[in-house]
Ligand binder design. Sequence first.
Ligand SMILES: O=C(O)C(=O)C[C@]1(C(=O)O)C=C[C@@H](O)C=C1
Length: 357
Amino acid sequence: MSEINSIEEARVKIDSIDAELLRLLNDRMEVVKSIGDLKRNSNGAIYRPDREQAIIQRLSELTTGRLNKKAIEAIFLEIFAVSRNIELSEKVAYLGPEGSFTHQAAESRFGAISEYIPLKTIKSVFEAVDTKRVRFGVIPVENNQEGIVNDTIKLLNSLDINIVAELPMPIHFTFGSINDDLKAITKIYSKDIAFQQCSKFIEEYFNHDVELIPVDSTSKAAQLASEKSGTAAICSPIAAKLYKLPVLFDNIEDSADNFTRFLIISDDFKNNKSGNDKTSILVKLSSEPGSLVNFLQKFYDANINLNKIESYPAKKGKGFSYQFLLEFDGHFDDASVSQLLADNDSIKWLGSYPKLC
Ligand SMILES: O=C(O)C(=O)C[C@]1(C(=O)O)C=C[C@@H](O)C=C1
């Protein structure tokens, strides 16, 4: 690229490149529209995380300039979200309220312009998907500090719903207030758990008396703090944005590795192989000596790498049997995986999807 000597000169260049980018993006969207028409005729799914991952992977291998995989992913996830809306606007339900971390996770995948429906419980998200009121649902499945979300597993077990994709997301809290002088703040709103997870920040930054007021959600906290001087909220970045609450500090949590894994769910959904996939299953095993060992032996024999195993007591008649959530490398369409899952009534396949964590 030729040398640039002034900001004005750089901006002329940027304007011309942007015009070219816009022309190319419009060309892309024409092709996307045709794919949408073809999918409508064949009743195909609009959202294909396997294809999106393959595109990002291909471009990351192709890149020679300043854009690394993370940057390519950030740009292209928004392009895909716009593409999907051009193909067909699909409704997405998530565990609300608006401004929750699940909302943030949903937006990170479905983009800013999708139609979102916040619902009060994980069960209502599953039901909205099950009754086809929405095409996709977004719910949390585990947090590295709090463990697995039992409701999610219970509902995956009882309904015919599949996992379409996983969304690992670091959980960062922000501190927002309409006062920029911390001494003026006498009340902080948030959820109990957020106070616990940000206790060092509160201790270090507030040596005067401050009242910690627990509310139902961090979005509610952001709303209250946006309305009243002398108050503040500990909330998600998206909640602060939603209620136009000025952010004074980002990432105020004690532990840098607070991390939640969300799932995107849909009914009757099967991804194609992306080349780096994970499969989740639920399996019921009788409580006899060796039943778990015998089952796990099959994974060893088939050379399949296990990522997770969690147990749940499952009530059955008078006694108890045991149910396990297993996650392992591979896709349903891999011969080794399909053989392992074949003809086994005690296994429920939950989904095969691109592995992101
Ligand atoms: O390839 C497809 O199936 C498309 O619909 C196109 C496209 C894209 O924009 O590239 C859009 C949505 C899908 O999730 C995957 C890819």
